[in-house]
Design a protein around this ligand. Structure first.
Ligand code: NAD
Length: 242
């Protein structure tokens, strides 16, 4: 598929993998609607050729519906927004799980329900949902709320893929290992031993390093163009589960 002039709608586009994806899709010739809850961070994208920025909280159903309705024909939806909670099932607070389900799963359901009717009308659409290997793919300790919610992303992906496979709609998930991002650095800081946490995370990756956001963004562009893949979890984890 040629992305030239196609519109890509990205959530959580102001930093990390989302921001790198804006840049990768634009480089591939697409027009991008870059959305995020952080107005200040979105400003860095203002004026970038091919990019329209829009303030959007994916927890707000009415705002999601409005943003998608006002974005014209959307060919690719990249659901990138998500949050990591640390802790075992005994440490997990009910509120943490509720929030993880809302931001990591229900937000994707909201955007998919908003965009699917127009994709079905055209018989054309690619939906990419951000999961992680710390889900139904791999046992990762200390990630109860995160793994529960991201496993649900994989179920969501497969369900929507199965229902619309004959109607021109492809739905795939991306499952990264560990990726350099501002929130990853915040999590390392929060351990009180940034360097020790960094080394421990690198040690998990057989490839010997953490992924760059652009490497995950390249996979998102590939999936958007790879017209024979649907219902798949595309693992990109430096050999962690290999
Ligand atoms: P990040 O966590 O550093 O940035 C998250 C972005 O989401 C920020 O720009 C923030 O403003 C935005 N955001 C937060 N709440 C929002 C809301 N309610 N509505 C809209 N935007 C909101 O970025 P990242 O680490 O690249 O993570 C992006 C996605 O990739 C997440 O779904 C995460 O679970 C997933 N992921 C990350 C890693 C990693 O190691 N970084 C690994 C696997 C999967």
């Amino acid at each position: 598929m040629d992305l030239n002039e196609k519109t890509v709608f990205i959530t959580a586009a102001a930093q990390g993998i989302g921001l790198a994806s804006v840049q990768a899709f634009v480089a591939a010739g697409a027009k991008v609607v870059a959305t995020d809850i952080n107005a200040e961070m979105l400003k860095q994208l203002e004026g970038t050729k091919g990019v329209t920025t829009r303030l959007l909280n994916v927890l707000d159903k009415a705002a999601v519906n409005e943003a998608i309705a006002e974005s014209g024909h959307i060919h690719v939806l990249f659901n990138c927004a998500g949050i990591v909670h640390n802790g075992t099932i005994l440490e997990m607070q009910d509120d943490d799980l509720e929030f993880a389900l809302d931001l990591n799963v229900r937000a994707q359901i909201r955007t998919i329900r908003a965009v699917l009717p127009q994709m079905l009308e055209r018989g054309d659409g690619s939906i990419i949902n951000m999961a992680t290997v710390a889900s139904s793919v791999k046992c990762v300790p200390n990630r109860a709320a995160y793994s529960i919610s991201k496993a649900a992303v994989i179920g969501l992906t497969k369900s929507v893929a199965a229902d619309y496979v004959g109607k021109g709609i492809r739905v795939n998930a991306i499952a990264p290992g560990t990726v350099e991002s501002p929130s990853l650095h915040e999590r390392w800081e929060a351990t009180g031993d940034f360097e020790g946490a960094r080394k421990a995370f690198i040690a998990r990756q057989p490839i010997g390093r953490i992924a760059e956001p652009g490497e995950i963004a390249d996979l998102a562009v590939y999936i958007a163009c790879a017209t024979y893949t649907t219902g798949q979890v595309h693992v990109i984890d430096g050999g962690w589960t290999g």
